[in-house]
Design a protein around this ligand. Structure first.
Ligand code: UD1
Ligand code: UDP
Length: 380
């Protein structure tokens, strides 16, 4: 048995690694160990609970208003002893958070190979998203295996001279998670949310948290929502707000008094994903939502200047609007009032995966360790 340690710390990493952990648990040649850094606490725990994952190790790092240095130093110190004790054959990390980068560095210091899930995404701008673009590049430099979600991500790695033999195009594991979570007749445990989603009139789902958007850009985003609320009296705005106190203060200040802007606690992944499938439009600066919403046929306006996920932009269901108040307002207004414009964007496309990414990842790990002879085929 090869010992595989998955390390993750935030909500999106947990959602996208949960099906990987399950696939490892079910594989007779692999032993699963789960270490969480708890860079996030509540938002991580709800995902662990939903997927029934009990971590073997929990660094319990989160502090209010933590800095990047706090997280990086905490992960490095916390993982050293665990890695020395467990001596895993492979560490798996996900994506681009500070947990991802610091866990990779900690494993590298122990000369333990790292497999990078969701490898090769690039915006081309080191400061946008910040610090994620640097995190994923640095992780890629140290990784022994790259699990790229799309052919485009593989090409990004090849452009940086990564070894093609070490790149496996698998699809994104978020689609594996989504397909087991969204159901046509899902009933929300929260009656108020069920009622809101069943009510007549259009619904807009909002999420915002990016570090580079905090301050003036986020103010412009919220001002645009305020204006949309004024112009469109039938539309409901649902805003499950990130736990970050900086985001909360600004949202309360600009949107707190509006009747149809429902600022609610972050939703657990199951109700959130099902809510996504029921709304009309999504405004977000999230990475994960750019992958999930297209699979559900929901138009997305991305509140960022760059994206490392261009595939859905090309497919036409995602539009990059940045953080300019007027552009957000005008673009959302058109989509909510012009059926033709809306129809052009509301197509279900799946550029990010087919729900079988985790099987390809475990097959690639088996191939890497010589447990299987045949290299798994790249997903296209
Ligand atoms: C982090 C990741 C980002 C990812 C995002 C997903 C880094 C640098 N950033 O950003 O890449 O897109 O997670 O959401 O790795 N908090 C709580 N409870 C929680 C979670 C957060 O109270 O469950 C609060 C804490 O005060 C914490 C703050 O939010 O200090 C910020 O959390 P942090 O992980 O530093 O940044 P995120 O914006 O969440
Ligand atoms: N999500 C959730 N509850 C919420 C908001 C988002 O479960 O209230 C999920 C969402 O479906 C996606 C992930 O969290 O899978 C995205 O996380 P986030 O936006 O925090 O991070 P990012 O994707 O930008 O790294």
């Amino acid at each position: 048995m090869k010992k595989i340690m998955c390390v993750f710390g935030t909500r999106p990493e947990a959602i996208k690694m949960a099906p990987v952990v399950k696939a490892i648990e079910q594989n007779e040649h692999l032993q699963s160990i789960v270490t969480v850094t708890a860079q996030h606490r509540e938002m991580l725990d709800q995902v662990l609970q939903l997927f029934g994952i009990t971590p073997d190790y929990d660094l319990n790092l989160m502090k209010k208003n933590q800095t990047l240095t706090d997280i990086t130093a905490g992960v490095l110190h916390g993982l050293e002893e665990i890695l020395q004790k467990e001596q895993p054959d492979l560490v798996l990390v996900h994506g681009d958070t500070t947990t991802t980068f610091a866990a990779t560095l900690a494993a590298f210091y122990q000369q333990i190979p790292v497999g990078h899930v969701e490898a090769g995404l690039r915006s081309g701008n080191l400061y946008s998203p910040y610090p994620e673009e640097a995190n994923r590049k640095l992780t890629g430099v140290m990784a022994a295996l790259h699990f790229s979600p799309t052919p485009e991500a593989r090409n990004n790695l090849l452009r940086e001279s990564a070894d093609d033999e070490k790149i496996f195009v698998t699809g994104n594991t978020v689609i594996d998670a989504l397909l087991t979570t969204v159901h046509a007749h899902y009933q929300f445990a929260d009656a108020a949310l069920q009622q809101l989603l069943d009510s007549p009139g259009k619904k807009v789902l909002i999420t915002a948290h990016r570090r580079e958007n905090q301050g003036a850009p986020m103010m412009h985003i919220f001002q645009a929502v305020r204006r949309l609320h004024e112009t469109l009296p039938e539309v409901q705005f649902i805003f499950p707000i990130h736990k970050n106190p900086k985001v909360r203060e600004l949202a309360a200040q600009i949107l707190g008094d509006l009747e149809r802007v429902h600022i609610i606690e972050p939703l657990d992944y199951e109700p959130f994903a099902n809510a996504m499938s029921k709304v009309d439009l999504i405004l977000t600066d999230s990475g994960g939502l750019q992958e999930e919403a297209p699979a559900l046929g929901k138009p997305v306006l991305v509140l960022r200047d760059t994206t490392e996920r261009p595939e859905a932009v090309t497919a036409g269901t995602v539009e990059l609007v940045g953080t300019d108040e007027e552009l957000i307002y005008q673009t959302a207004l058109k989509l909510l009032t012009d059926a033709d414009a809306y129809g052009k964007m509301a197509n279900a496309v799946n550029p990010y995966g087919d729900g079988k990414a985790c099987g390809r990842i475990t097959a690639a790990i088996e191939y890497y360790f010589g447990i299987r002879d045949q290299r798994p085929e790249n997903w296209v």
